[in-house]
Structure formats: structure tokens, C-alpha cells
Design a binder for this molecule. Sequence first.
Ligand code: IPE
Ligand code: IPE
Ligand code: MG
Length: 241
Amino acid sequence: MDNKLPKHLGLIMDGNGRWGQRQQRSRLFGHQVGLQHILTVLPICFRLGIPIVSGYLWSLENWRRPSAEVAHMRHLLRTLGPPLMRMLHAQHVRIVHSGNRAGLTPKELAIIDEAVTLTQYNGPHTFNIVFNYSGREELVHAARRIATERIDPAEISEQLVNAMLSTPMPDLDLVIRTSGECRLSNFLLWQSANAVLYVTDTSWPDFGQRDLEAALRYYQEALCMPAHVRAVAEGQEPYCV
Ligand code: IPE
Ligand code: IPE
Ligand code: MG
């Protein structure tokens, strides 16, 4: 690939349940394989030159799923979470978390916090675990912080709002959603304001290097859009004819 690569890639890792069922197994099996599949895809992203990846693991809305599925997801976090984090640490990946702390058990918080602390000096690659997350809730939370800290309205800027998010991140350049649905499902709404959105029919557990390269080609073609459109996306004043 040439050098026009996203600096921050968002992955909406969808389709695990359907994939499990297509294997004549359960949706829960699909979740397990999907979680482990992160370890396959992340090194490909980093090797191709993408430094930051945000992966959507579980939304606030996902807690409304059937109790067996919710219990299984909590079980997977407890059992697969720590080895997964250690393997990422061994690859020098820095781990950060976007999402609510409220609603997680002390054990779940400890797993996330230990991973963040353990890997805080790693680099140059970052994996943002988007877990227990809602884009709208993140913005509500930021608004509450601004009000609580009694910040002068004149001081409220995009930079300030960004700093109030659960983990301030650079803007997303490209968001890939697997498994066919063309929607954001409340994923990093603020951060994806100018992102290119790419949807593939491939389910997350089948997503590999070819799919990623197809997405990157789509992204590079999108960057070739007319200059006045690109100017807006890059935050510059559009020129008028
Ligand atoms: C995405 O897979 C991962 C999570 C939400 C945990 P799904 O569980 O949404 O799988 P599908 O979309 O129903 O197939
Ligand atoms: C989005 O997928 C959330 C994750 C991938 C974690 P969902 O399957 O939950 O989204 P909807 O319900 O189809 O919008
Ligand atoms: Mg889904």
C-alpha cells in the first residue's frame, strides 16, 4: 500500500453471532472466536502501517441482549481478557479504553485498568478497547464534566470537548464495519465526524488481510475526492467558485 494510510482506524467488529450459527455452532461460540480474532487482525493493521486501532467490543446497548449472551460476554472478558492483553503487551501494543466505568464489576474494571497500566509506556502502536461504550453517552458525560467544572462557556471549544471524552483520541480516518450493516451503532460519534466509512459483507471472524487491503484501497480512493469536499473534511475553509 502507498503512504496514504489511516492514522486511526475504527473497527466495528460485527457478525460474530451469525458467524457462529453458520458454523452450526452457537452465537456464543462466535463471540469467543471473534474476540480471539483481534489477535490476528491487529498485527496486520500495525504491519501495514496503521498506528492506532479502535475496536468496538461491546456497546451499552448490547447489555440488553439475552441474559445468557450477556453472561457469556462477561465470562469471556474474565477468561480471555487477561491472556489477550498479555499477548498484546508482548507485542509492545499500548492499550487504552473508551467506555463507561459504571456498570462494570470491580473484577472487569481491574482487568481493563491492569492492561492500561501495564502497557502505558508501550509504542508505537495503540489498541483502544471500545467496551461498555455509547457515543452519545460519552458526549453526555463530557457535557456533565464541563458543567461540574464550571468552565466558562467562552472557553468551550472542540479541543476542550475532545479532552473531556473518556479517552481523548485523534480523529478516526477510516471506520470499517464487518458483516454488511451500514450503520454506526453509536460507535465513537465525535471521533468519526470526518471518517470514511467502509462496510464489508465479510463477518468479523473471517476478516483478514485481503478485506483490510480492500478497505484501504476504498479509503485511498475516497481521499481523491474533489478538493473542496476534502477541504471540509480536513477542517479547512472550502474554496468557492
Ligand atoms: C458483534 O457481533 C460483536 C458484539 C456485539 C459482541 P454480534 O453479536 O452483533 O453478531 P451478529 O451481528 O448478531 O451476527
Ligand atoms: C455493534 O454491533 C456493536 C459491536 C460490534 C460491539 P451490534 O450488532 O450491537 O449493532 P446493531 O445492534 O446491529 O446496531
Ligand atoms: Mg451485530
